[in-house]
Design a protein around this ligand. Structure first.
Ligand SMILES: [Zn+2]
Ligand SMILES: [Zn+2]
Length: 326
């Protein structure tokens, strides 16, 4: 089977022995395709993952071999995510499921950018779902990234009709804006790129050039989906005192919200990382019910062109890459 691995600052397609279940519990799935996540880009670009790593986790797949207590069967087309919380540790008990050690240690093997993947019984029981019949394969691939956004919206715990600014309208900003709207918020987006501003406007959500915002502390919450250090100023100038800043991306300088600003202005600054099984279930429902529209967001690449998908994403040439595999 073909896999795409990191090899000395490149993504290289290689051949390796095809996976079989070989008596294990779980399933072997044929990967139909996998979204390219911002976190894959960070792991690749910042050398956080070593040679031989197979990235990719936003998979759409078909079961070809299964030994499971679930009702899934051979031929089923599914979405799944990669991490599962234990449910019993201190992190899990406090709702911080994405900090759970078990959560971090679980994964799909070898990774999403592969022709075949092994899913454990735990994956099948907790985070795998049949693809709703009204969704295309590419639409379904937003199951995991939208799940991350759903988690962020829930963690911010805002009152209905809160005024929320989303800073950064890449694919995550577009998903986040729609998730916030689906949860009853009054959403405004901002970015520097006209095509991204237009994209959100075309979905019926107001969006502006970040430089045109009035800086008048107008927003109850600011969601930071931009990876730029400068976006932090945009957040601090636009959040009302007492408001919530939701941090949803890493920034190069790793600096930000000052102690005194947080204190004198009673700001809440909180992070949100990776989704729980419940967040993921909500995500699939939002996609199925058409409350989040993901048409025209993805650019499709073959597995052989995966390096180009990484390059185009890094250079902001596209909004979201989908690697079509099977
Ligand atoms: Zn992802
Ligand atoms: Zn746990």
């Amino acid at each position: 089977m073909k896999i795409a691995v990191i090899e000395n600052d490149k993504i290289v397609v290689k051949d390796t022995e095809r996976l079989t279940l070989a008596g294990r519990e779980g399933a072997i799935v044929k990967v139909l395709g996998s979204g390219l996540c911002g976190s894959d880009i960070v792991k690749f670009r910042e050398h956080l993952s070593g040679n031989g790593t197979v990235l990719g986790h936003e998979i759409v797949a078909q079961i070809i071999e299964i030994n499971s207590e679930t009702s899934f069967k051979e031929g089923d087309k599914i979405v799944t995510s990669h991490h599962i919380p234990c449910g019993t540790c201190n992190y899990c008990k406090h709702g911080n499921v994405s900090m759970c050690k078990h959560f971090k240690s679980t994964n799909i093997k070898p990774g999403g950018f592969s022709e075949y993947v092994y899913l454990s019984e735990e994956h099948l029981q907790n985070v795998a779902h049949l693809i709703p019949s009204n969704l295309t394969e590419i639409e379904a691939s937003f199951y995991e990234p939208l799940g991350c956004c759903v988690r962020a919206v829930k963690r911010a715990n805002l009152m209905k009709d809160s005024k929320v600014l989303v800073v950064g309208l890449g694919s995550i900003g577009i998903l986040m804006s729609q998730a916030l709207k689906a949860f009853g918020m009054e959403v405004t987006g901002c970015d520097l790129l006209p095509e991204r501003i237009n994209f959100l406007n075309n979905l019926g959500i107001n969006a502006f050039d970040s430089r045109e915002l009035a800086d008048n502390e107008d927003f109850d919450a600011v969601f930071m989906t931009s990876g730029a250090d400068k976006a932090i100023d945009v957040a601090l100038k636009n959040i009302r005192s007492g408001g919530t800043i939701l941090v949803f991306s890493s920034t190069p300088k790793n600096t930000g919200y000052g102690n005194n600003e947080i204190y004198y202005r009673e700001l809440t600054v909180l992070g949100s990382y990776s989704p729980s099984p419940a967040d993921l279930k909500d995500s699939l429902e939002l996609l199925r019910d058409g409350k989040v529209i993901v048409k025209n967001m993805s650019t499709v690449y073959s597995l052989n062109d995966i390096q180009k998908a990484f390059d185009d994403t890094i250079n902001n040439r596209i909004m979201k890459a989908y690697i079509k595999i099977g």
